[in-house]
Design a protein around this ligand. Structure first.
Ligand code: SAM
Length: 233
């Protein structure tokens, strides 16, 4: 999620620092598991990571055999992503661009993934429309977002009230709102799950993390990470 609290303008160093903490590494691993569960087999598929950041998911998906394109408006993120992919010994393509106007023709991808990007965008409807446009019929969208009814989101709202411009502008959605956005874009939601049910406290995270899947069976309330899969008819 890069739930480090790092504003998107800070750049790749903050994200690296987040992953270097045990809470960050644990949380990233749980979120990645949720994303991979919903993405299914990606071997040989054309996959777009929209808002790819420093390329963690790009490198993972490329290692799994996907033909991956990463798009992000931040050149520093793209540089970090290129380095990560090169270090991992895999191949991927990167393009500067925004979700609201993806620089690809219609039906270019089998899978579109977008992880913790939507909450920063003023036009979520337009972003969903774009993701649906670049998906081929039968293709799937995998979206990850910070869940509105979670302690993590509450903490960020407080940071917004205290003056953080990033978190003041961010909009955290409910599962119902994410579902509605996907459906408005003509997609059929096939899964909506929660993950990361612990608060942003290291020792508690370590105690609760082994039960995360179990919490997920109870519902999405309290989940810091919401993962949605939707298909284009
Ligand atoms: C919280 S980071 C998530 C990065 C990556 N998806 C991950 O999970 O590690 C948000 C990313 O969204 C990117 N971003 C911000 N505005 C965007 C936009 N309009 N379109 C696409 N990406 C955007 C930022 O540059 C940043 O890399």
């Amino acid at each position: 999620m890069n739930a480090s609290g790092a504003p998107t303008t800070i750049g790749p160093k903050a994200y690296e620092a987040w992953r270097a903490q045990s809470l960050g590494a644990l949380t990233e691993a749980i979120e990645l598991r949720a994303v991979l569960d919903l993405a299914g087999d990606v071997s040989g598929v054309r996959l777009l990571d929209a808002g790819c950041g420093d390329g963690a998911l790009v490198a993972t998906m490329a290692a799994k055999g996907a033909e991956v394109t990463g798009v992000d408006p931040d050149p520093a993120m793209l540089l970090a992503a290129q380095k990560r992919v090169a270090d991992a010994g895999v191949k991927a393509t990167f393009t500067e661009g925004r979700l609201e106007g993806l620089p690809f023709p219609d039906a270019s991808f089998d899978v579109v993934a977008s992880i913790t990007v939507l909450c920063f965008l003023p036009d979520a409807t337009g972003a969903f429309r774009e993701m649906a446009r670049v998906l081929r019929p039968g293709g799937r969208l995998v979206l990850g977002e910070l869940g509105r009814w979670s302690l993590w989101a509450a903490q960020r709202r407080v940071r917004g009230w205290l003056g953080s411009r990033t978190w003041k502008a961010a909009r955290f959605r409910t599962p119902g709102e994410l579902r509605a956005l996907a459906e408005q874009a003509g997609l059929r939601v096939t899964a909506l799950r929660g993950a990361v049910y612990y608060p942003r406290i290291g020792w508690l995270a370590r105690v609760m993390a082994p039960f995360d899947r179990w919490f997920g069976r109870l519902g999405t309330f309290g989940a810091a990470f919401l993962a949605l899969r939707a298909e284009k008819p």
